[in-house]
Design a protein around this ligand. Sequence first.
Ligand code: CAA
Length: 381
Amino acid sequence: MHFDLTDEQRALRDMVRDFARNELKPIAAEIDEHHKFPTDIVKKMGELGLMGVAFPDEYGGAGMDYVSYSIAIEELSWACASTGVICSAHSSLATDPIYKWGNEEQKKKYIPKMASGEWIGCFALSEPQAGSDASQQATVAVQKGDKWILNGTKNFITNGREAEIAIVFAQTDKEKRHKGITAFIVEKNNFPGISVGKVEDKLGIRGSSTTQLILEDCEIPDANRLGDVGVGFRVAMSTLDGGRIGIASQALGIAARALDESVAYSKERHAFGKPIADLQAIQWKIADMATEIDAARLLTWRAAWMKDGKMNFSRQAAMAKLFASEAAMRATTQGIQIHGGYGYCRDYPMERLFRDAKITEIYEGTSEIQRLVIASSVIRE
Ligand code: CAA
């Protein structure tokens, strides 16, 4: 066993770190303040290979592994968590299911455009009445000849406004519950009957869009069915396993930034005649933050390594997301405490980190759902 990154992984980390710190960090507050989707940044990320890190060269990807992808999402999120989730939802939730479940024609048609960032992707599973209980799909798909007609509303869709490609789940046989769900690749701007509904005004990750998608007699060719009829729930669940590694990495980036900001501030700020970094009350907080970040990173990289090794990693991805997101919440809470009144104000990035951290405990499965996934796997064993 060894804990070293390979030369390739280290080179990627250094490249993304430079990009994130020089180009993204200076505009992250503005992105947050004005709900601004970072179009130019996403374009550059495409040019750098960051919109398709873990997909093979033959489909236009960077040909790297999922550990590298995790590193890239952490580094981006350190600078701007909105950009981190834009990349993560696009890569893990939209491109990855096409790579894993698509036929050769679908892979050749969609992955190169997505890996280059030309087409952004989103994942449309949640509905107004189906969040944690994802199998309760009210969206229906009815087959008519070589087409499917979809009707329904999808909720809380990351990248919903910018996406060209949506992975949409619908009930094709209500009687069969989760075994009657089917997945589709929907070209949002080419297929008739799909539109963007409400755009949410959020507490954090305000640079990424979160929208409803409305399907009204949306016509989808059977050639765009992703996987067999009735296997859609498995497509969704296995996709979310990989997505949870992306969100764990995002949480890790937020937590690592909170620690870096807190250490820097505690060396500058004086109280009782010395830098507050010399006070044990501050040191204990920093020690806890650093320890939890290390633990979260090890859990996250282990899950990514297992995915690379084609092992079953559902439990480990859930553990990584659960621990990293809760560690990010604790790190940002303590980070604000270390900054005192300044941490509560917008002149410092701490309050944005705190707002951004909260969603990592909610999307792609709440902490409660992660505990459910972990417990059922442990008990079944
Ligand atoms: N991989 C493959 N198949 C899986 C699986 C996995 N990880 N987990 C479950 N399945 C299969 C099971 O094997 C079972 O198949 P069979 O019936 O053929 O044996 C089937 O799915 C049903 O399994 P369960 O009985 O465990 O399913 P359930 O209805 O009880 O739900 C759940 C389980 C864990 C609660 C699941 O519904 C879940 O993960 N909920 C949370 C959903 C979620 O994360 N939503 C976030 C949406 S994306 C988002 O956040 C927006 C965004 O844009 C970022």
